[in-house]
Design a protein. Structure first.
Length: 138
């Protein structure tokens, strides 16, 4: 685990920045979805989720270099403890698998329906994260 740079602003600034980055990725996912670019939409939807869960980590000053570590720690501290709904951990895992297939499997064919689900999961998760983070920062 690495610590964020001391001169990068406050933790709250970092949390808000990561939430905004997640929202920007979600916006890109929706644009790609509408353009029929399903693999790209899956990628951006996953990164929206990833940046949102990193916003939660930033609340405590935590940062992870590897996606696996960030997701694992999120599941351990926030899903298994039911701070976030248990099914969100499964959805994050599925989003990671679909993003990986979309990005790296040469013959993977992404469908519109699958991309729509990924975008919906990202949107749901960002809303949950934003609500949680705002409550924690009050």
């Amino acid at each position: 685990m690495e610590q964020p740079s001391e001169n990068a602003g406050t933790r709250e600034d970092l949390v808000l920045y990561r939430i905004q980055t997640a929202k920007d990725d979600l916006k890109a996912a929706k644009i790609l979805l509408e353009a029929g670019e399903y693999k790209g939409a899956n990628n951006r939807a996953y990164y929206a989720i990833f940046h949102a869960l990193n916003a939660v980590h930033a609340l405590k000053g935590d940062a992870y270099k590897r996606h696996r570590d960030a997701i694992g720690e999120f599941n351990k501290h926030y899903v298994k403890t039911e701070i976030f709904p248990r099914d969100i951990g499964r959805k994050i895992g599925e989003a990671e698998e679909i993003r990986h297939a979309s990005d790296y499997d040469d013959f993977y064919i992404a469908s519109r329906e699958e991309s729509e689900r990924q975008v919906a999961v990202a949107e749901e998760f960002i809303q949950l994260v934003e609500k949680y983070c705002v409550m924690q920062m009050e």
